[in-house]
Structures are given as structure tokens and as C-alpha cells.
Write a protein that binds this ligand. Structure first.
Ligand SMILES: Nc1ncnc2c1ncn2[C@@H]1O[C@H](COP(=O)(O)OP(=O)(O)O)[C@@H](O)[C@H]1O
Ligand SMILES: [Mg+2]
Length: 261
């Protein structure tokens, strides 16, 4: 469904951030894109959803195709109309509006199906239904993340792009988000999931890619990546000796580029 081919992205005409990235997301699958801070994950999502312009970024090589048709160069609104919706990092919601107003705004490209989509979102997130008339700014972090995902679903996208949905959430909520992702996918939505939480992402994904300094350094079925020693050590915080380490330690770990050699 989504095909990113040899994509190169430059910011401000100088900073080369993606250096020839290729990646595919087959229809009805969940694909995980892993990588440390600054690897270029968000940039890749921006290139798909048409948001590079806003950040003074440009595709200088390669491209993005959806169902065999190029979409890079289209504005964000047209990409949404082609069935792609991004949930941005950091749960961007309208804090002064109610939960339901936030959801209705999400439906602006699909106003006729508003009732059906609202029912779907409330089915997935009963909590949001209970909070429908609450001002969104007063919701907890987990509830706001659910609202951000719910709002994206209001345009009934074929492809949902999630940018670090588990960021900053307690383990119990991370588990909930994971279950919701699986459910959304079961309902027929294709998902590209960007995460630093590799164990969560790989346990829900079919396939995984690892991005490092703007290059894909690994591309394998999710189950295999979960078993891979390098992935376990650097992204799951489990060293060969099995000792648990926090991702924070791992993130600062200056390692040899074994994957590239
Ligand atoms: N608008 C921008 N202008 C210049 N550089 C940027 C911009 N956005 C991101 N970058 C740089 O691009 C690199 C990749 O960033 P990003 O795609 O946000 O990575 P990730 O999402 O994997 O953390 C980083 O070095 C970051 O500083
Ligand atoms: Mg990011």
C-alpha cells in the first residue's frame, strides 16, 4: 500500500536527514519503524503526510507512493483525502475544546460518515465516550493520547501513521495503547508505527525496520527482530547477560556500527 523508495530529505537546503530510505507497508499490516532520538523517524512520517514544507524540509531524491501513485509533493490536506492520517508526536489536541468537539474536527474531510466514525471511536475508547463533554485540556496524558488517535480515526484512514504513541505513558497505558493498535488494525486499518519502545512496537507489528542516522540498518519480520541480540541489547535494554537496562542508558551508549559493517 505504502512504498517509500530511496528517499532523501534535506532541511533548510543543508541538513541531509534521510539518506536513501526504502520501506514498504503492505495493506492491512502493522509495520514498526524503530530508532533512537534524532534518527529521522518523524522526518519520514512528515515526508509521507505532506508536512515537510511546514518545516522547511524537501525531498531531494526518491519518493513516496500510495497504491502505486506518488504522493510526495501533495499538501497535507490532499494526503488526508487519499486516506493517510498522521497522529503527531506529543498528543496535539485542542485543549480548550471538549473531547467530542476534538473528534468532530477530525471528521472535517469525511463529514457524511461522522456518525459511523464517532461510533467506531467510542467503541474503541469507551473512556472517551464517558468524557465526551469534558474539556480536553483536563484529560490525563493517556486519555489525551487516546483522543489524538481517535481524532485521526474520524477521517476513517486506510493508513494510520503513529508517531511514538507510547511516549511518556506509564506501562499500563502503553499496554492499552498496544491493544488499541491491534484492534484498529483488526478493523482493517493499515498502520505504520514509529516507536522508541521497541518491545511494544515489535510485539504488535508484523514487520520492523530500524533507522539509524537516516539509513535503514535492519529490515526483518518483527518476531525475528525481537530475538535479535543487537536489538535486545540496544533497544530492549537487555544485554547478552540478560541484565535489564533502561533505554535511557542504551540511548547514550556509543556503540560500534556493527550493523553497518
Ligand atoms: N525542522 C527541522 N529543521 C532542521 N533540522 C531538523 C528539523 N526537524 C528535524 N531536524 C533534524 O533531523 C534529524 C532527525 O529528526 P527527526 O526526524 O525528528 O528524528 P526522530 O523522530 O527519529 O527523533 C535530527 O537531527 C533533527 O535535529
Ligand atoms: Mg520523532
Amino acid at each position: 500500500m505504502l512504498s517509500v523508495r530511496n528517499l532523501e530529505v534535506v532541511y533548510h537546503d543543508v541538513a541531509l536527514v534521510l539518506r536513501g530510505v526504502s520501506l514498504t507497508v503492505p495493506r492491512h499490516r502493522v509495520v514498526a519503524l524503530l530508532g533512537a532520538n534524532g534518527a529521522g523517524k518523524t522526518t519520514l512520517l512528515r515526508a509521507v503526510s505532506g508536512l515537510l514544507d511546514v518545516h522547511d524540509g524537501r525531498v531531494t531524491k526518491g519518493g513516496v507512493e500510495l497504491g502505486g501513485r506518488p504522493i510526495h509533493g501533495l499538501g497535507p490536506e490532499r494526503v488526508v483525502r487519499r486516506g493517510v492520517r498522521q497522529v503527531m508526536e506529543g498528543r496535539r489536541i485542542f485543549a480548550e475544546l471538549t473531547v467530542e468537539e476534538n473528534l468532530r474536527i477530525g471528521a472535517h474531510t469525511a463529514p457524511r460518515a461522522l456518525g459511523d466514525n464517532l461510533a467506531r471511536v467510542y467503541g474503541l475508547f469507551p473512556r472517551l465516550k464517558a468524557l465526551a463533554s469534558r474539556t480536553a485540556g483536563y484529560l490525563s496524558g493517556g486519555e489525551q493520547q487516546m483522543l489524538a488517535v481517535g481524532r485521526a480515526l474520524m477521517s476513517d484512514p486506510e493508513l494510520l501513521l503513529l508517531d511514538e504513541p507510547s511516549l511518556g505513558l506509564a506501562p499500563r497505558l502503553v499496554q492499552q495503547i498496544k491493544e488499541i493498535i491491534a484492534q484498529i488494525n483488526d478493523q482493517g486499518t493499515t498502520i505504520l508505527l514509529v516507536e522508541q519502545n521497541a518491545s511494544m512496537a515489535l510485539s504488535v507489528a508484523d514487520h520492523g525496520y530500524v533507522l539509524e542516522s537516516g539509513r535503514i540498518v535492519m529490515d526483518r519480520p518483527a518476531a525475528e527482530l525481537l530475538e535479535d541480540d543487537d536489538i535486545r541489547e540496544f533497544y530492549l535494554g537487555l544485554g547478552a547477560e540478560g541484565a535489564a537496562r533502561s533505554f535511557r542508558d542504551v540511548k547514550h551508549y556509543k556503540r560500534r556500527k556493527r550493523w553497518l559493517s
